[in-house]
Ligand binder design. Sequence first.
Ligand code: SF4
Length: 260
Amino acid sequence: MNIYHISYTEKFVGERMAMLSFKGCNFDCIGCIREKNEYDIYAEDRKYIDWNFENILKELEELNPRRLYLGGYEPTLDPDLIKIIENLSKLDVHIVLMTNGSRIDERYAIELKEAGVNEVIAGVKAFDREKHLYYTKRSNEPVLNAIKNLAAIEDAYFRLQVETILLPGINDPADIEELAIFISQINPAISLFIEPWIPIAGVEFEEPRKPDLIEAVSKAMKHLYVVSYHPLYSEIKEIRETPRKAKFIEILPEEKREKQ
Ligand code: SF4
């Protein structure tokens, strides 16, 4: 089992949400925020437990989230993932798998659906092949194929969302429009979420500008019915200073207590 961390909040877009983070990734992104901070950058409270799947399930039963995200690095590298999802699906929770999509062939897409995943968020780091290779050290071909494989079996209980980053020089508004055209050729009803890159100290890229974000959204909306986006990181920092911010707690293995 690759799960190394749980994060929970009562007020994520108005509902209880938990996230299970998985270790290990087959990409090597230049701007990997996980490598800089493996835990919850927003957590204000912390709890430690004996780390095994039984105890993780017990915590989730107590927290009783409405949505459960499987994310972190790359969950599909976990050889136990299908079994884990089968167990989580007994909790009566909406299960969302966040993935770089690189390992989802036709068969694995069906296995995920049958195990009980309700939604897959497939991340496309860059639509341009060369820029994707530069940014992740891996081809984006399997990722684009995964979108086709997941879209082919989408229904009311197994939804697909494509997520992409806005990163100047790697995935610009024009690249995002190309991605939107690619998605629209599969099905224009597939939703696209645009995530502005989070600036990281010591990494060559700068935070995207608000006009670029607006341009990316406008260009994508020409081809897809549903396009949404995340505020810039600098905007979130401001938003979180208001009294309406959600409070996050994180749950970690007991042996991490001294190291934090
Ligand atoms: S796919 Fe995600 S976890 Fe993996 S290296 Fe890239 S940013 Fe990091």
